[in-house]
Design a protein around this ligand. Structure first.
Ligand code: SAM
Length: 387
């Protein structure tokens, strides 16, 4: 059979040369390839560009695997997965749940693997990784001997690839609940139904960082399973954790019990309402944490997202005591750090309170950022102090 190949425009080739890994369909000039093929990519002059996954459906038609003319076979993927795991040995400490493979940032586009103790959760988010799912399961089994591998292939992005959305067991056994520690705190994880693959692992280092700034009364809005609340409890007089989801609060309370933490109260409520009520009542806190869901899911929703971020940040700043700490996050890729800083600055101006930037943080290092691919950098976490 002839080798699958794709010819891309000069613009597409230039994009790859700058270190980006994607070529959009509008830059594909010719394609002789099927769903999920590893294709030989060349420019219109016939120059070799690299080997890539090809998608017949997505606007991201080409996802580069390598610029070298090497075989893309099992050994190729074993080497990439080993390299990703080696990096985690350096970057991850004191935790049993972390991201083992982060897609483009590990040069394994559209493959995500999260580790929760002895269990792995895999996401194959394009035709290319979906087609090799069994091979990835075999490699992961060989390298890490997990007790079970679950596919959490329910993200909506799969539809853009013409793939179904599913959650299923791919090997071994995965219990309904897995307890794994993060920063020395034990968390219950529901790998089948929890958000993302079960937890917001990307916030792990920010949970730990928050502890150093904690004292007195803490309000953790959008707490989910209590990541910030239970971490800061060790240095707080009292922490209140708020989330809209009844299921999330139930697990947060179980985590609290599991760790025998007594100075945290979790409650099911809308953070917008809670912040407004405390502001109107004149209640004050030493630390306020804001970690809402992505308000801007796409470029069109940026203006309304900005209003949402502004409102919660304004309320949070108003209810902070002098010297108080605001830990404010945005996981919207479309709200870049400079824009997020601007929104928080406007909130501080409206609240008539000067704020000092103490730290500008991002996603945990196991969710590495590929320098030449801004799409891999999505989480912002600012730590600010009211003067
Ligand atoms: C990004 S997650 C928070 C992750 C968590 N802070 C952590 O570190 O693990 C966002 C959370 O906000 C909750 N949520 C969404 N809208 C909300 C609202 N209006 N009020 C309170 N919680 C909300 C979701 O249920 C979800 O648990």
């Amino acid at each position: 059979m002839a080798k699958a190949q794709v010819t891309i425009s000069q613009r597409g080739a230039d994009r790859i040369r700058t270190g980006h890994l994607w070529v959009y369909r509008s830059d594909v000039r010719a394609a002789d390839a099927e769903s999920g093929d590893v294709v030989h990519v060349k420019d219109e002059r016939g120059n070799f560009i690299g080997h890539a996954f090809y998608s017949t459906r997505s606007q991201i038609a080409v996802r580069l695997l390598t610029r070298d003319d090497v075989p893309v076979d099992r050994a190729f993927f074993v080497a990439r997965i080993r390299a990703a795991a080696e990096f985690r040995k350096l970057a991850v400490q004191n935790t049993e749940a972390y991201r083992l493979i982060y897609s483009e940032a590990d040069l394994l586009p559209s493959l995500i693997v999260d580790r929760y103790g002895d269990f792995l959760v895999i996401q194959t988010l394009s035709q290319g990784t979906e087609r090799r799912k069994e091979e990835f399961v075999s490699i992961l089994t060989e390298l890490f001997s997990p007790r079970g591998i679950l596919e959490r292939n329910d993200p909506r992005v799969r539809e853009l690839e013409g793939l179904d959305r599913r959650v299923s067991l791919l090997s071994g056994q995965v219990p309904e609940e897995v307890v794994a520690s993060r920063n020395g705190i034990r968390f219950v994880h529901d790998l089948y139904k929890g958000q993302k693959t079960g937890a917001f692992l990307d916030q792990r280092e920010n949970h730990a960082a928050a502890v150093a700034y904690t004292s007195g009364e803490v309000l953790d809005c959008f707490t989910y399973h209590g990541g910030f609340a239970l971490s800061t409890a060790s240095r707080a007089a009292h922490v209140e954790g708020v989330d809209l989801s009844n299921a999330a609060i139930a697990i947060a309370r179980r985590n609290q019990e599991l760790n025998q933490i007594t100075n945290v109260t979790f409650r099911e409520a809308n953070s917008f309402d809670v912040l407004k009520a405390y502001d109107e009542a004149g209640r004050k806190f030493d630390v306020v944490i804001l970690d809402p869901p992505a308000f801007a899911k796409n470029r069109d929703s940026v203006p309304s997202a900005m209003r949402g971020y502004k409102e919660i940040n304004l309320r949070a700043i108003k209810i902070l005591k002098p010297g108080g700490i605001l830990i404010t996050c945005s996981c919207s890729y479309h709200i870049q750090e400079s824009l997020f800083l601007q929104i928080v600055a406007e909130a501080a101006t409206d609240a008539r309170k000067p704020l000092q930037i103490v730290e500008r943080r991002t996603q945990a290092r196991d969710h590495a950022i590929l320098l030449t691919m801004p799409e891999t950098h999505y989480l912002k976490c600012l730590i600010l102090r009211v003067l």
